[in-house]
Design a protein around this ligand. Structure first.
Ligand code: ATP
Length: 541
């Protein structure tokens, strides 16, 4: 199966079975926005619940993973999407959260400078850089077709063209070479503008003020809500460093080129932890969170061979970071050997708390050093609030360092879907082979945990099945199906990722036992009806 094929199939499988729909589809859709259907909403909720349970609920100062440098506590928060605009000034998003884009003067289309790919092609002395927006599989074909057209040649003249080996992104070209670029949707070279900064935050206006006084932004990350509540959390819970604050919620980025299904969306959900620790311990906690987060994806079924942890190069680090590692997954829409980010784990030092506390302070009360510009004014206006932490045992006062594991719920969902999608050959009763889809989702995140199936619609079987269904339904999302042949019903559940099918058959009428069938191994075994709930619970929690 080619990569393109696999993604096309996954996208149509997701639509046909109610995992994902394009937003506002009946109006032609809106690029970069996706809706989760009846199955998708369960899948994504299960992923967020697993994260919340594993990262937040299962920790306190008494119970922590043995690999942790020390015990620690976790609490949760749920902050607003629109915050005081000064938050984004102090976080750096207002000044620095931008991508570079280029516009095509001919088509008015816009592309990301660091993502537009192409190859050098020459005919005789003329050398041009042909860019393409085609999927990796079709890149070369698209470049060749457009180069032929540009040089006014026919397909049979392809030998007259020389294609340089390397695929480059536009940002890797020298400035002087930009005039030789053939934009992805034009026939003329030199139609792309120089790169320009484009802030990714969505702007809105609060209240009746329509001018700049009312301007505000939709949050591009959930993290800042945690930083600005640091003092509230410490004061209201009496929690002690080291501790983490977890938050799950929507974020918005006006991405220039949303693409690859939900991978790069304009509205998405993040699952973030801001972990506050003593500066002397921050390197250890950074290591801990990198490993712990990587293991989480493996435990929920992502294949180790398709996952990697990549430490950022110095020049890749964000303005606040003294170290960042990305957890990356080999998404099938990427060329072989390339990986896409699932989650970033950043060592943010004391950047955020320091930044939010700097500003218009009474110097007597000010415990923090304020960076001043040439005029002697604070570099930017923070809240002026004291966001230091005082250890009540040692009496030491310090600004905690922060380790931030920041995951995307939608990217995680997409990775689990890509990993789960499996085509297997099945034998039809007439001897013909055809393939069918099994979604091998980990039981913890599968939309339905089990399906209850009476073998036939008579002899009291539906009544017993309804009794089992009722008992399971109190605890899990379960499915009931009594239509069509049992084999077809198993396949229907395989296709949506249900890990267990429970069948009520004639033997049930004799001894009150049922068959349990496991999705991936197709193994079957019998247990008593009164054990069903415990058996499913043991396997899916
Ligand atoms: P990228 O380099 O892919 O744009 P990023 O480094 O800007 O991502 P972060 O700011 O570290 O991403 O955000 C943390 C996580 O939020 C990412 O690892 C990803 O899972 C998710 N995320 C970020 N941007 C998007 C988006 N546009 N669509 C879906 N998820 C996103």
């Amino acid at each position: 199966m080619t990569v393109e094929n696999l993604m096309d199939k996954l996208v149509s499988h997701c639509k046909a079975n109610g995992f994902m729909f394009q937003s506002s589809e009946i109006y032609g859709g809106l690029n970069g926005f996706w809706d989760y259907g009846p199955l998708g909403v369960e899948l994504k909720r299960n992923i967020k619940d697993a994260w919340w349970k594993d990262m937040y609920q299962s920790h306190n100062e008494l119970a922590c993973p043995p690999s942790a440098p020390s015990t620690y506590d976790m609490v949760g928060l749920d902050c607003t999407i629109i915050m005081h605009p000064q938050v984004w000034k102090c976080s750096g998003h207002y000044d620095l959260f931008h991508d570079f884009m280029v516009d095509c003067r001919k088509t008015k289309k816009r592309y990301r400078f660091d993502q537009l790919r192409g190859r050098w092609v020459s005919q005789g002395p003329q050398r041009i850089f042909v860019t393409t927006m085609a999927e990796p599989e079709q890149e070369q074909e698209d470049i060749a077709r457009r180069a032929l057209k540009f040089f006014n040649l026919r397909s049979k003249d392809i030998e007259r063209l020389t294609f340089e080996e390397r695929v480059l992104t536009l940002d890797k070209l020298d400035e002087a070479d930009r005039a030789k670029v053939l934009g992805p949707d034009t026939d003329e070279i030199g139609s792309l503008t120089d790169p320009r900064e484009f802030n990714l935050m969505f702007k809105t206006y609060v209240g009746a003020l329509s001018g700049e006084e009312g301007a505000a932004f939709l949050r591009p990350e959930t993290a800042q809500g945690i930083f600005v509540n640091f003092k509230n959390v410490v004061d209201s819970t009496r929690i002690r460093v080291p501790f983490g604050v977890a938050q799950v919620g929507k974020s918005f980025r006006n991405e220039i080129t949303p693409r690859n299904f939900t991978f790069r969306s304009r509205e998405f959900e993040q699952m973030e932890i801001e972990f506050f620790c003593h500066p002397s311990q921050s390197a250890n906690w950074y290591q801990y969170w990198r490993n712990r987060r990587l293991q989480w994806y493996k435990d929920l079924g992502l294949d180790s061979d398709r996952l990697r942890l990549r430490e950022h190069e110095q020049d890749e680090l964000s303005h606040y970071s003294c170290g960042t590692a990305d957890i990356e997954y080999a998404f099938p829409f990427l060329p072989p050997g390339e990986y896409g980010e699932l989650e970033g784990i950043a060592h943010r030092g004391d950047f955020d708390l320091r930044s939010h506390s700097e500003g218009k302070l009474d110097p007597k009360k000010r415990p923090l050093e304020v960076e001043l510009d040439e005029q002697g004014s604070p570099k930017h206006r923070g809240s002026g609030k004291d966001l230091t932490y005082r250890d009540d045992l040692t009496n030491e006062r310090f600004i905690p360092h922060v380790i931030e594991p920041s995951a995307g719920a939608d990217r995680a969902t997409l990775a689990f879907l890509c990993q789960a999608y499996t085509e297997i050959q099945s034998s039809e009763s007439n001897g013909k082979f055809e393939s069918r889809v099994v979604m091998r989702l980990h039981p913890r995140i599968a939309p339905y945990k089990a399906a209850v199936l009476p073998l036939v619609k008579k002899d009291g079987m539906p009544e017993i099945a309804a009794e089992i269904y009722g008992a399971l339904k109190k605890k899990f999302n379960v499915f009931y199906d009594e239509k069509s042949a049992i084999g077809k019903r198993y396949w229907r559940q395989d296709k949506i990722g249900t890990p267990y099918c429970i069948t009520v058959d004639s033997q049930t009428l004799v001894d009150r036992t049922v068959t349990i069938r496991e999705r991936d191994s197709m193994e079957q075994w019998r247990i008593g009806i009164d054990q069903v709930v415990a058996e499913i619970e043991k396997r899916v929690c």
